[in-house]
Design a protein around this ligand. Structure first.
Ligand code: CTP
Ligand code: MG
Length: 234
């Protein structure tokens, strides 16, 4: 459970260029059902009333974000991201207004527009002191390979999860973990891996399979399908 006296911030790294999507603009500004992915994602986080404010870390060259009305919403703060996702998160942490080390932050990819408020609430409820992430147990059998795509081992499936976002951690320890990972040259692809490098054991909270990260062109119609299905559920 999130400590009752902690403030909760949101942080969205959104400084990527969407190379794998191959679109003429960053993927977060592509539209689905009349709204950009960025608008879908931000409105889902803002639906969490516990959020004090939401920092969005964008690329220096980004002229699409300031043009969206959502960028001027009351709780939204714009910051400048960096060259890697971890760098964008670190810069975003430094832009949290008056955050204490003991406050908490929910980090969520801009490229995941289908995140459910009920899963965010579950994450806040189920976190332990060492933080928590939304994740999914794998259903396929997982193989470990060498550099030539030859199988080296089969991983025990019951122990393997896919990490999603949001990921929830206290601000001070996360800032320290990301800074040290950067200094040591450790490649960090999510917040949990930075915390793991510090010896933390964050909790895995089962999320939803529709919380996909829009990455390749074929993910776009899939996200559109999930958004529509969620509307019909409501
Ligand atoms: N991100 C970021 N800063 C970076 C790189 C990525 O803030 N330097 C953000 C992206 O905007 C996205 C999230 O991190 O919201 C997850 O990254 P990913 O899905 O890899 O997005 P891109 O990096 O934009 O895509 P690609 O790797 O295909 O270029
Ligand atoms: Mg990327």
């Amino acid at each position: 459970m999130l400590p009752a006296d902690a403030r909760l911030f949101g942080l969205i790294p959104a400084a990527g260029h969407g190379a794998r999507m191959g679109a003429p603009l960053p993927k977060q500004y592509l539209s689905l059902h009349g709204r950009t992915l960025a608008e879908h994602t931000v409105s889902r986080l803002l639906a969490c009333s516990r959020l004090d404010s939401l920092v969005v870390a964008i690329a220096d060259s980004d002229h699409w974000w300031p043009a969206l009305p959502v960028s001027r919403q009351r709780r939204v703060i714009t910051a400048t991201g960096g060259d890697t996702r971890a760098d964008s998160v670190l810069r975003g942490l430094n832009a949290l207004p008056d955050a204490r080390d003991s406050d908490w932050v929910l980090v969520h990819d801009m490229a995941r527009p289908c995140v459910r408020l009920s899963d965010i609430d579950k994450l806040l409820r189920e976190t332990g002191e060492q933080g928590a992430i939304l994740a999914l147990p794998v259903t396929d059998t997982i193989k470990q390979a060498d550099d030539h795509s030859r199988i080296q081992a089969t991983l025990p499936r019951s122990q393997v999860w896919r990490a999603l976002t949001p990921q929830l951690f206290p601000v001070g320890p996360l800032r320290l973990a990301l800074t040290q990972a950067h200094e040591r040259g450790i490649e960090i692809t999510d917040e949990a891996s930075a915390m793991e490098a510090q010896g933390w054991h964050p909790a895995l909270v089962t999320g939803s399979a529709d919380n996909i990260k829009v990455t390749w062109p074929s993910d776009l119609p899939l996200a559109g399908f999930y958004l529509r299905a969620q509307q019909e559920e409501a």
